[in-house]
Design a protein around this ligand. Sequence first.
Ligand code: HEC
Length: 233
Amino acid sequence: MSDLTFNKVAGAVLATGLAIVGLRELSSGVFATEKAEKPGYTIEVAEEAAGGPVAEAPIDWGTVLPTADVAAGEAVFAKCKSCHTIDNGGANGTGPNQWGIVGRKPGAHAGFAYSAAMVEYGAKNPVWDFERLSAFITNPAKDMPGTKMGFVGLKKAEDRINVLAYLHTKGATIAFPAPNPAAAAPAAPAAGAAASATAPTATGSTATPPATAGGPAGQAPTTGAAAAPTAVK
Ligand code: HEC
């Protein structure tokens, strides 16, 4: 091979190499690769394992309602008033009139165009009892996906207890349930079968002790929330 031929071949090889390197550089500029901020496969178990996120202590409605602050509940209801009237025969607004809401069938107030989600809910749950109302107003969109109620919710149990005690004074058709401290104390050894309805999954959560074991006596000794059609005002 002559020197000249060798130079030509070497030149071609070099040029090819250069072109490859150059292309790689170029493409890395075009297709930028970014390092992930966090490495993959982070397995988060802590929260779920502790009984689900923000597991709240179950509320013993029969104990807390009779001593709730109705006036404070009326103040809380100010948040609802932009959409709901409360007076007997009041007009529907953005939301349906709330007279007699406690004990009413969900999605059944005349003249209001409910969401399909609310109508379906009413077909499955015939009565707005305290448990259901509380769950709904805690976080409407989460409790009832598809609801038209565009309200963030009342996160504080105290607010819900007071507002439901207030709503109960407005034409309710069910009474306060009987006190059942076991329902609010899932850890109690005796709670087993009796409290099965409230599914004490929140073991280890901040369950408030049944402050007034036995509860305030005399208020509506009904068994089974929805059972009693007598209104207690
Ligand atoms: C931004 C407007 C808005 C606010 C604020 C609001 N709601 Fe509603 N609410 C609605 C609408 C709309 C519906 C109908 C939902 C549907 O059809 O899915 C509704 C439905 C309801 C229902 C079911 C009614 C029925 O007839 O079955 C209850 C109970 C309720 N709201 C309670 C409350 C309470 C208590 C508050 C205040 C803490 C509140 N809402 C605040 C708009 C609102």
